[in-house]
Design a binder for this molecule. Sequence first.
Ligand code: DC
Length: 219
Amino acid sequence: MNKPTNAIPFVIAIDGPAAAGKGTLSRQVAETYGFHHLDTGLTYRATAKALLDAGLPLDDEATAEKMAREVELAGLDRDILSQHEIGEAASKIAVMPGVRRALVDAQRRFAKKAPGTVLDGRDIGTVVCPRAPVKLYVTASAEVRARRRYDEIVARGQAADFEAIFEDVKRRDERDMGRADSPLKPAEDAHLLDTSEMSIEAAFQAAKSLIDLALNRNT
Ligand code: DC
């Protein structure tokens, strides 16, 4: 296991579209290097859930920003927040600059944790941590991502409709890539990892080589 030897926290930025495998990869990387991990999608989801629970509208930016400022990073529950409706609502409020400002502030504070952090999301390498020494952009074709999501649901013993999931993945991509504020796109200096035809283990090994190189440069 490699540990950074300098005092400055080391940030690994992992971006990419929904269901590309960045969550699994980020958790594995964080565990390997003993770094703190933040799935920033959960911060947008927690904001959306707070609005839904309070019966508040999803299109009132001032209210949504206020909710975003109250999100506690320590209390993010992946199981609850992974519900489909919460993801849809999160994608809607994520277009609001006020919400993004509030959540990016919290994410940047998290990124300062020692000895290092892994943040995954859509705009980590471009906006949240543009100076991160390692930036990965994890992607896969929309069809492969829809297939993975479909297989996950079926593996849980639930019914799934592939065409509906495929349409949903494409709609989510359009919203994430098409918004004016911080659209999903690779940072210019990001390393692209296309997992369409790559196992998670191969993606992890590729990521590890890049991280080890950057850690050696940093020492
Ligand atoms: O990765 P996810 O499905 O949990 O993300 C939910 C929504 O949050 C997604 O549609 C886009 C948004 N998001 C974002 O705009 N910026 C991030 N850094 C992370 C997520």
